[in-house]
Ligand binder design. Structure first.
Ligand SMILES: [Zn+2]
Length: 375
C-alpha cells in the first residue's frame, strides 16, 4: 500500500468494523479474548514482540505489543481498552452502519475506533524502512470500563517506564484532546439502625432510612460546581416493609475532583461522615480509584508538539478538561500524557454511539506523526 492508501478512510473504517462486530462487554471474557486474538493476529507480520496476559476475576486477557527496537530506553506507551459497556446482543440494536459522516456501532467511539487507528498508524509506520526514534509499546486492556482493577498495575508500571503516554480515548466536543481529567472516588455507605414495629413500638426504633436521608443531604451539600467538585449519591436502598422501622440502609457514592488537594479534602470528608442519631451507626468504605490528572509541564510540551503536528496535517487541536476518568489518570502524575487521541464522534455508552468518518484520516495521521517525531 502507498502512504496515501494507508490513510484512506474507507480502508480504516473496514478495519474498525471488524473490531466492532466482535462484541466485547467487559463481563464477557470469551468475547474480549476473541478480539484480543484478532488483534494479535493482525500484529503477526509487524516488528513487535507480543505478550498476552491472562485475564482474572471474570475479565478478558490484556495484550502488550512492544516494538523490537527502542525497548532499552523510555519510549512511547499507547493505551487502549477493548472492552465496552454495551451488553452482549446490543449490536442488534446498534448494528454497524454508515449514515452521512457517521459510522455507528457498540464501542465504535469509546474506544474501538481510537484503538484501531493507533494500531493502523503503527502499521503505516512499519510499512516504510524508517523506524520511530523511540520504542513503542501498545497495551490493549480488557477492564477499563469497570475502573481497570486488573490492568492498573500493568499500566502504572509501563507508564513509569515510558517517556510519553498516548491514550486513544475518544476526542471530545468537536475533536478536542484531553490534557486534564478529574479524579474519581467511589464509596459505599452502610447504615445500621434499630428495628421496631412501626405502629406499636415506634419509640424503640431508630430508622436507618432517616439517617440515610440526613446523609444524602450532607453529601449533596458537598457539590461545588465552580470548584469542579461533584458528589452524586447514585444508589440507595433501605428498609424491608412499610410497617417496620428500617434497620439497614445503603448508598453508593461517586466523587469527582479536579486536583489532588481537593481529593484529599473530599475523600476525608466522605470517609469521616458520622451519624447524627443515637443508636444509629454509619460505616463508609471506599476512596479514590483514579487519581486526578492535572496538566504538568511535560504534558504541556507534549500537547504543544501534537498541536503543531495537527496544524501541519490541517486541523486545529484544542485541549480540554473532562470529568470522565480514563487510564491516563494512572500515568499523568509521572509521565507526559495526552488523552483523547482517538476518533471524534458522540454518544459514548448509548444506543446512538457513533464516530465521524471525516475524523479518521487526520487523527490516524496525527498518531503516525507522533510516532515518527517524538524523541
Ligand atoms: Zn473508553
Amino acid at each position: 500500500m502507498t502512504n496515501a492508501n494507508w490513510f484512506d478512510s474507507q480502508t480504516i473504517l473496514d478495519g474498525i468494523r471488524r473490531w466492532v462486530e466482535i462484541e466485547t462487554p467487559t463481563e464477557a471474557p470469551e468475547q474480549v479474548n476473541k478480539l484480543i486474538s484478532l488483534v494479535a493476529e493482525q500484529y503477526r507480520d509487524l516488528p513487535v514482540t507480543l505478550e498476552r496476559i491472562a485475564g482474572v476475576d471474570g475479565c478478558g486477557d490484556h495484550l502488550v505489543a512492544r516494538t523490537i527496537w527502542g525497548q532499552d530506553a523510555p519510549g512511547i506507551l499507547v493505551l487502549s481498552h477493548l472492552d465496552t459497556v454495551h451488553p452482549m446482543g446490543f449490536i442488534e440494536r446498534l448494528p454497524f452502519r454508515i449514515e452521512g459522516d457517521s459510522a455507528f456501532g457498540p464501542g465504535i467511539y469509546d474506544m474501538k475506533g481510537g484503538a484501531y487507528i493507533a494500531h493502523h498508524a503503527f502499521g503505516a509506520l512499519c510499512a516504510t524502512t524508517d523506524r520511530s526514534p523511540l520504542g513503542i509499546t501498545h497495551i490493549f486492556t480488557s477492564d477499563e470500563e469497570i475502573g481497570s482493577p486488573n490492568s492498573r498495575a500493568l499500566i502504572e508500571r509501563e507508564g513509569r517506564k515510558a517517556k510519553y503516554v498516548l491514550v486513544t480515548e475518544p476526542a471530545r466536543d468537536g475533536g478536542k484532546i484531553v490534557t486534564g481529567r478529574k479524579g474519581v472516588g467511589r464509596f459505599e455507605v452502610f447504615i445500621k439502625g434499630v428495628p421496631a414495629h412501626a405502629g406499636t413500638r415506634p419509640q424503640d426504633g431508630r430508622s436507618a432510612n432517616r439517617e440515610l436521608a440526613n446523609l444524602i443531604l450532607a453529601l449533596e451539600g458537598m457539590n461545588d460546581l465552580e470548584r469542579g467538585v461533584t458528589v452524586n449519591v447514585g444508589v440507595v436502598r433501605g428498609g424491608t416493609r412499610p410497617n417496620v422501622t428500617p434497620e439497614e440502609a445503603y448508598a453508593e457514592i461517586d466523587l469527582r475532583v479536579p486536583s489532588f488537594t481537593d481529593a484529599e479534602e473530599f475523600v476525608g470528608r466522605i470517609l469521616g461522615l458520622t451519624s447524627k442519631t443515637d443508636g444509629v451507626t454509619i460505616k463508609v468504605t471506599g476512596g479514590l480509584n483514579r487519581p486526578p490528572y492535572e496538566k504538568n509541564n511535560a504534558g504541556a510540551s507534549l500537547y504543544e508538539h501534537a498541536k503543531a503536528l495537527a496544524a501541519e496535517i490541517g486541523f486545529e487541536l484544542i485541549d480540554t478538561h473532562t470529568g470522565g476518568g480514563s487510564d491516563g489518570n494512572f500515568t499523568a502524575a509521572h509521565t507526559a500524557t495526552l488523552d483523547g487521541l482517538g476518533v471524534d464522534g458522540k454518544g459514548a455508552h448509548t444506543h446512538y454511539e457513533q464516530l465521524y468518518v471525516s475524523s479518521l484520516e487526520p487523527r490516524a495521521r496525527l498518531l503516525h506523526r507522533l510516532y515518527q517525531t517524538l524523541r
